[in-house]
Design a protein around this ligand. Structure first.
Ligand code: FAD
Length: 454
């Protein structure tokens, strides 16, 4: 007999997990508070317009057979172009041909996943906002166009994003850890349009970064030749969103901090003032699941379980990795849902906690370090060592973006490499210092008291 699954949220994680569950033989229904994204005129509101897809997401999309079909909608990014006051620097992502990221519109990806899920028999109920969850059954109450409805299922999946209603109800009356932290910076998205000649205004096949400690921009390319730039700024202060509310000040700010954006985005001031800033949140919670004595259960996936800051470009990729891990756990324990859900949480939670830490760290890297010559030298040495010992030495970024090594293992390995690099660089500095001191002593020793060389 088929088991019933109810997925709350048809975002990236919800629609992908619906595909996996349908493949595994579940009868799947998805409840989504928004309307059908395929309806004419529907645009993605709020969240980022385009996203960087990397290895973890690629593996999941390949598993469900969607990668090839998505390829024409994506733009490959071979590295990052850093915009500095004295010009542009290109930093490749990796050595191998396939060590690239792919930029894709959230809307296109979401529509492709919903189409694929429907093709596999998944039923989507649009305009259904989940308002309550009963853990004991489990049952979900949703407010739909015709009023309140109650849906029951063997497995309920909370894929309803960073401010998950399912998470709130999962925790009611239980000992639940919940840590939610807002960054003091927010973001606005601006369009770098195609040039008047119909060509991209800047290198298309790369991620663009304007680093800075009082504001930074990251831009992803779009398949039509435009780019979407995300401007990250502090909420408060003269040079934050609160202070930049008047056209003259906005223009001066961009002219001073990001001068080339004035030519890349001719209407930068209008666009900037036209958008409201959005906030960035990290969420850590535990437990992610609950089960009943009858062997039913509820589990959180994606941002509902672990929202992270977007600075490592891994939120969606981690959410996709959740979906494929959950599928493997269901396959490993086909008749024991509680064990499958426990195995899933044990496999993912320690690593998504590390991802939260890495995402915070990358904020500091993009903000403060990308302009530091010492940091750039270190990056070059890191990459040179990878070139010399491709298997033995792998930079952290490569491990996170271009492999499926679990996040925690990647960080542990990178820390070992960092220690080695520190020791090597310190030894080099000592050697250079000693050589220099030797030269000074020798050159001093060969001078006469009058200062003339003898
Ligand atoms: P969501 O995409 O938020 O989907 C949740 C869904 O649930 C939505 O459709 C929502 O309408 C629905 N929902 C919510 N509440 C209810 C309810 N009560 N009832 C019914 N439905 C409900 N990640 C990357 O991997 N690469 C990137 O380059 C990247 N860039 C980013 C840039 C920015 C600026 C931001 C903010 C994030 C970025 N991310 C990136 C992260 C990525 O957007 C998220 O990790 C991803 O969207 C998580 O997917 P999700 O399905 O878990 O949640």
């Amino acid at each position: 007999m088929s088991r019933h699954a109810l997925v709350v949220g048809s975002g990236l994680a919800g629609s992908l997990t619906a595909v996996y569950l349908a493949r595994r033989g579940y009868l799947v229904r998805v409840l989504e508070r928004r309307g059908d994204p395929r309806a004419p005129g529907v645009r993605e509101e709020g969240r980022s317009i385009n996203l960087g897809l990397s290895q973890r997401g690629i593996v999941a999309l390949r598993e469900i057979g969607l990668l090839e079909r998505l390829a024409p909608l994506t733009v490959p990014m071979r590295g990052r172009v850093v915009h500095l006051p004295d010009g542009l620097r290109f930093q490749p992502y990796g050595l191998a041909e396939d060590q690239i990221l792919h930029s894709v519109l959230r809307h296109d990806l979401n529509v492709a996943l919903v189409d694929e899920a429907e093709r596999r028999g998944v039923e989507f109920l649009w305009g259904h906002r989940v308002t309550a969850v009963d853990r004991a059954k489990p049952a979900v109450t949703a407010l739909g166009p015709d009023g309140e409805e109650v849906h029951t299922a063997d497995l309920v999946i909370g894929a309803d994003g960073a401010f998950s209603a399912v998470r709130g109800h999962l925790g009611r009356g239980r000992r639940v850890d919940l840590h939610q932290e807002f960054l003091e910076w927010g973001y606005k998205e601006l369009l770098i349009p195609v040039g008047d000649d119909g060509r991209p205004r800047t290198e298309l096949r790369a991620l663009h970064v304007w680093p800075g400690d009082d504001g930074l921009i990251v831009a992803h390319p779009n398949a039509d030749g435009s780019l979407t730039a995300t401007v990250f700024l502090p909420f408060d202060g003269e040079h934050g969103f609160a202070g930049l509310t008047e056209p003259g000040r906005v223009r001066d700010f961009f002219a001073r901090r990001f001068p080339d954006t004035l030519t890349l985005i001719p209407d930068v001031v209008e666009q900037f003032l036209d958008h409201e800033p959005a906030s960035l949140v990290t969420v850590r919670t535990s437990p992610w699941h609950s089960t009943t004595d009858e062997g039913r259960g509820i589990v959180l996936i994606g941002d509902a379980a672990h929202a992270v800051y977007p600075f490592f470009g891994q939120g969606m990729n981690a959410a996709f990795e959740d979906c494929s891990t959950l599928d493997r756990c269901l396959a490993a324990h086909p008749h024991d849902l509680p064990r499958a859900l426990a195995a899933f949480e044990a496999a993912r939670k320690p690593h998504t906690d590390v991802l939260a830490e890495l995402s915070e760290r990358n904020f500091v890297e993009l903000r403060d370090k990308l302009r530091s010559p010492l940091f750039l030298v270190r990056k070059k040495v890191d990459l040179a060592l990878h070139r010399l010992f491709p298997r033995k030495w792998v930079p952290l970024y490569t491990l996170i973006a271009h492999t499926t090594v679990p996040y925690g293992d990647a960080l542990a390995r990178a820390r070992r490499q960092d220690r080695l690099l520190d020791t090597a660089l310190a030894a080099t500095a000592t050697l250079a210092g000693a050589t220099l001191a030797g030269l000074v002593v020798r050159s001093r020793g060969t001078r006469s008291p009058g200062g003339r060389k003898v």
